[in-house]
Design a protein around this ligand. Structure first.
Ligand SMILES: C=CC1=C(C)c2cc3[nH]c(cc4nc(cc5[nH]c(cc1n2)c(C)c5CCC(=O)O)C(CCC(=O)O)=C4C)c(C)c3C=C
Ligand SMILES: [Fe+2]
Ligand SMILES: [Fe+2]
Length: 347
């Protein structure tokens, strides 16, 4: 608690009560599905060298030319097919708000208003900088920054942290900070995934022949250059399989959302589902454990494009298992992770 001695000058800044901030971060999303908001969002995203690591002189002319001329139309149409019209925002934004509302309740129940919970995005709005400034202005002298990615990737966790640290560079009175480590092997997260699979299987008329765990992909080169994402995805599937008590042939790992000409992590989901249908597995379920919230990559790519690939190859029953979103078991797992990382700050 800050205290000003009686002789402090009258214009000494007023200091709010000290708090601990918990700042939830996700990837980000366009403000609207029309061309310019889509272009602004994609430009910020795809200019990030943690995402596309080509030298600027090589990549920027391609990005500003062909990519940002065509992609905003294609992506805008995809976003329109899943847009939350009522709130006029993307599903990722709606779900993030729901998660934060529930996390706020859970953390306030435990710690009262000495903890402040809020959210920001790596790209677009609300920006990381605006929320760091808000937390500092409201008295947060300590901030736990929480990128909501169960598996670490340079293109997601690290770039979110980079943006957080950039925002801190501008603060006169910088708060003490911690960042949430990846939590792919947390038993509560695995339990929440397993429960969602069991619920979906219990609701199915006939049991799926195989469960495809489809993770967002990365260029294969990033793995050989030291990114642990691939291994953390493989381990997530293994832990889920063990938790479900299943044999190896009932579950597999695939990677989706290939972007650009390089080889990405394989097998590619869109091809694998077609192979499964051709091999006689006519009923499949797909889950996306790398996404903490449903978004364009799950609702449009998996549940529209990838489903179409499966059906086109003769597949009959495609079950998409939603992300953990604001599911109680997910909120409990995240609350557990947050509490473990607040140790010594709030007890
Ligand atoms: C979950 C982990 C993610 C990894 C790893 C990741 C890497 C990565 N992504 C791109 C390119 C695009 N991703 C896009 C959307 C998107 N990506 C993630 C998550 C990961 N990305 C999420 C949660 C979303 C959805 C955002 C939303 O608003 O719903 C897009 C934009 C959508 C589109 O135009 O199709 C692109 C492009 C690369 C190149 C990459 C690794 C290098
Ligand atoms: Fe992505
Ligand atoms: Fe690996």
């Amino acid at each position: 608690m800050s205290e000003c001695p009686a002789h402090a000058p009258a214009d000494h800044p007023k200091l709010p009560r000290e708090k601990v901030g918990v700042l939830i971060a996700n990837l980000g999303t366009p403000d609207d599905t029309s061309y310019w908001p889509m272009r602004r969002y994609l430009n910020e995203f795809l200019s990030d060298q943690r995402v596309i690591d080509y030298p600027k002189w090589k990549w920027q002319p391609i990005l500003q030319g062909i990519v940002l001329t065509i992609r905003p139309f294609k992506s805008g149409a995809a976003y329109r097919s899943i847009w939350n019209e009522e709130a006029n925002e993307s599903p990722l934004m709606t779900i993030t708000k729901q998660q934060v509302a529930k996390l706020t309740t859970a953390l306030h129940d435990r710690y009262g208003d000495q903890v402040m919970v809020d959210y920001c995005m790596r790209y677009g709005n609300p920006s990381t900088k605006s929320k760091v400034q808000k937390m500092v202005a409201e008295g947060c002298t300590r901030i736990l920054f929480c990128p909501l990615y169960p598996q670490y990737a340079g293109a997601t966790t690290a770039t979110a942290n980079d943006q957080f640290f950039r925002a801190l560079m501008e603060e006169k009175w910088q708060p003490a900070t911690r960042t949430l480590p990846p939590y792919f092997d947390d038993s509560a997260y695995i339990d929440a995934l397993a429960a969602s699979v069991e619920r979906a299987y219990a609701a199915a008329d006939e049991q799926p022949d195989i469960l495809i765990c489809s993770y967002h992909g990365l260029p294969f080169r990033y793995l050989t250059e030291g990114d642990p994402y691939h291994c953390q995805c493989q381990k997530t599937t293994r832990l889920l399989k063990e938790r479900l008590g299943w044999s190896d042939d009932r579950i597999m790992t695939t990677f989706q959302s290939k972007f650009g000409p390089e080889d990405w992590l394989q097998p590619y989901t869109v091809e694998e589902v077609a192979r499964q249908a051709e091999a006689g597995n006519k009923k499949i379920a797909v889950i996306a454990p790398a996404f903490s919230a449903d978004c364009i990559e799950t609702l449009e790519e998996i549940n529209e494009e990838i489903k179409e690939s499966f059906e086109h190859a003769g597949g009959e029953k495609f079950t998409y298992i939603p992300c953990l979103n604001d599911d109680e078991a997910h909120i409990a797992a995240l609350t557990g992770q947050i509490e473990a990382n607040l140790k010594g700050w709030l007890d």
